[in-house]
Every structure is written in C-alpha cells, then in structure tokens.
Design a binder for this molecule. Structure first.
Ligand SMILES: NC(=O)c1ccc[n+]([C@@H]2O[C@H](COP(=O)([O-])OP(=O)(O)OC[C@H]3O[C@@H](n4cnc5c(N)ncnc54)[C@H](OP(=O)(O)O)[C@@H]3O)[C@@H](O)[C@H]2O)c1
Length: 328
C-alpha cells in the first residue's frame, strides 16, 4: 500500500539541527508496513495530520533505530472494520501497564517503534480507539491526538491556571500554538501570543488571542503561565515574562535546548513543568469539548498522501498556520 516512510539509514547519526534536510530521508511509495501484534485492530485512515514529530523522525530523533524504515504519522481519524468512526490515541503503552499511558517508561508514539498513520490503514491496540464525535469532520478529528491533546494537557492539567488568568503562548502559527490559543480563549483565559511574523500575529488575534507581541517584546504585565514549545529562541523571554510563583509548561524545543537560568527559577519561585501528549481519557474529554463548544482545529490545507513531501516541506519552512492534513 502507498505509505510515507522514514528511510533514514541506520548509520546516519540523529540530527537536531536545521543543517540536515529531513526530506532526503522521506519515501512515499507502495510498500507493505512492518508486522504488528496479531491482536491489534486495523483502522481505515480517513485523515491523518502532519506534526513536527514527523520531521524529528526523519532526522532520526526519537525513533527506535530497529524500526527503520518506518511509516510516519502520529495522528489519524478513521473507521474500523465494523464501521465505528474513531480517533486514534497515538500513545502506545505496554499492555500490562496499569497507570496513565504517558507515564509508562516503555511507551512510544505511533511511528517511533510501530508503523504510523501516513498510510491507508493503521493497526493499533483496540484500547487506543476513542469515538470520533459526529460534529467533527475526519480532517478536524485527525488534528486532535498530538498537537491538540498536548495543548489540552498543557492548559488544563499542567498550567495551574483558572478562567481570568493570563497565559503567554510562545509562537502563534504552529499546531500546538494554534490549539493553545483556541482552547485557552474558549476556556476563559486571557491569551497572549508571540510570533516572528506580523501576519501570523494578526491571524492569532482572529483565532481568539487577546494580544500579540513580537518575539522578546516586553509585555504590559507579567503572566500567570507561559506555554512553551519553541525552546532556545524564546526560553529567556518566557522566564522573565512570568509573575513570581508562575508556571512555565514546556512540551517541546523546536529551536533547541536552552540554559535553565536556575537563579531566576529559584529566586522568583517559578514552576517548570514538562508536558507530553495526554492520556486516552484526556483525548476523550478534548473530543467532547470540541463537540460541545464548537471549537475546531484550524486546518490550513488538506493534501493527498502522494503530496506528503510538499506538506512536510511547508511545515519545515514555517509556512503552515494551524494543521496540515493528509488524506490517504
Ligand atoms: N511533548 C509532546 O508531547 C509534544 C507534542 C506536540 C509537539 N511537541 C513539540 O512541540 C514543538 C511544536 O510542535 P508543532 O507541531 O506545533 O510544530 P509547528 O507546527 O511546526 O510549530 C512551530 C512553532 O514554533 C514557532 N517557532 C519556530 N521557530 C521559531 C523561532 N526561531 N523563533 C520563534 N518561534 C519559532 C512557530 O511560531 P511562529 O511561526 O508563529 O513564529 C510555531 O508556533 C515541536 O518541537 C514538537 O516536537 C511536543
């Protein structure tokens, strides 16, 4: 079947820098995916969203080397063989793991060890399926499992904020950032964003942000929480934008690692909270939230699977506002 795969050679070292063109290791071709455990159930993929995670996988970051070449893609919405419309939870924990899925030390995301969603069919454990609300299109539902679930947990589980508080979202146009703006505004938070681009700052305001600033700009007042996915380019600004006792929730470091600034952290009693994906239960609640409130993932464009390379090129170039969706 046609699938988009990472075909990075085993002897190529992982690269975290922009010096390495990740697309050189992308192959979109007719190939059979690697086998998965017999008990896993097939889901016909109706829509799959792209994530920066796919670029990391092409760079050899986070992927199990023995899984290569591997079908890319963490996100899917689709239909099971018995006609159930579902959203696929991308976090694969051990079948014997009893706790919250993301805390299993052996957990992986789809495409890190097992074939991902950029193919007509993905196979996953039955427990990883969540009902797709009828109110959401397959394209919208496909955006939920990674970027939107991560944003949900950052805001509602980890930021410690309440309606009326002010949060700063670093970056405006990304998958996680647009989810943070839409969900935060819907939940009654005052949402401020930064972006490198004036046009993207304007679009963030249309999406529900209450103010938008250039990177590093001094804010009118300090905020209760900062939601970080950018890393080195924004980290210092994040720490100095927080009120004493404020919280920075960090889910990623697109621009690389940053100095921790320990003196500022202890002196102003900041809380630094790491956040990764979300549980199946959080995914269910996120889907219900979208169905009930009318909040919807912002889909920038929908491309056929054969055009995955063009989608990933746009993502790498920072040309996407919201989510890019692939239709196998
Ligand atoms: N821990 C987890 O579970 C988890 C889940 C999802 C994502 N992530 C990570 O979170 C990060 C964001 O993911 P994504 O899918 O939202 O990526 P994305 O769609 O590519 O978005 C990238 C974001 O970074 C901002 N940005 C990029 N370069 C920047 C720079 N030099 N200076 C300032 N801002 C910059 C962009 O803002 P503007 O273009 O508006 O300036 C944009 O908001 C990635 O590193 C990803 O791996 C982690």
């Amino acid at each position: 079947m046609l699938a988009a795969r990472a075909v990075r050679p085993l002897d190529a070292p992982p690269s975290t820098g922009a010096d390495d063109d990740p697309l050189q290791f992308l192959e979109v071709a007719e190939r059979e995916p690697a086998p998965v455990p017999d008990a896993w159930v097939p889901v016909r993929v109706r829509a799959a969203a792209l994530n920066r995670h796919d670029l990391w996988t092409l760079r050899g970051v986070g992927v199990h080397p023995e899984a290569l070449p591997v079908v890319l893609g963490c996100d899917a919405a689709g239909t099971t063989e018995d006609g159930r419309d579902v959203v696929v939870h991308a976090v694969l924990s051990d079948a014997d793991w009893a706790g919250e899925e993301t805390l299993d030390p052996g957990r992986t995301l789809l495409s890190e060890r097992w074939p991902g969603t950029l193919a007509p069919v993905v196979r996953v454990p039955a427990r990883n399926l969540v009902d797709k609300p009828a109110e959401l299109s397959f394209e919208e539902a496909a955006c939920l499992p990674t970027a939107w679930l991560t944003a949900y947990r950052m805001l509602f589980t980890n930021s410690g904020t309440s309606p009326g508080d002010t949060v700063l979202v670093q970056g405006a146009g990304g998958g996680v950032s647009t989810a943070l703006v839409a969900l935060g505004a819907a939940a009654g938070l005052r949402v401020w964003v930064t972006s490198r681009s004036e046009e993207r700052r304007a679009r963030a305001l249309e999406l529900g942000a209450h103010a938008a600033f250039a990177p590093g700009e001094r804010l009118p007042e300090r905020v209760d929480a900062v939601l970080e996915s950018v890393g080195r380019a924004t980290w210092a600004h994040s720490l100095r934008s927080l009120k004493p006792g404020g919280t920075v929730v960090v889910c990623g470091a697109t621009t690389g690692d940053a100095p921790a600034e320990l003196n500022r952290v202890f002196f102003t009693q900041l809380r630094v909270v790491g956040s990764t994906m979300g549980s199946r239960d959080e995914l269910r609640r996120l889907a219900q939230l979208c169905a009930a409130t009318g909040v919807r993932p912002l889909v920038d464009d929908v491309l056929p699977l054969a055009e995955t390379a063009e989608g990933l090129r746009r993502l790498e170039a920072g040309e996407v506002f919201g989510k890019l969706v692939i239709r196998p």
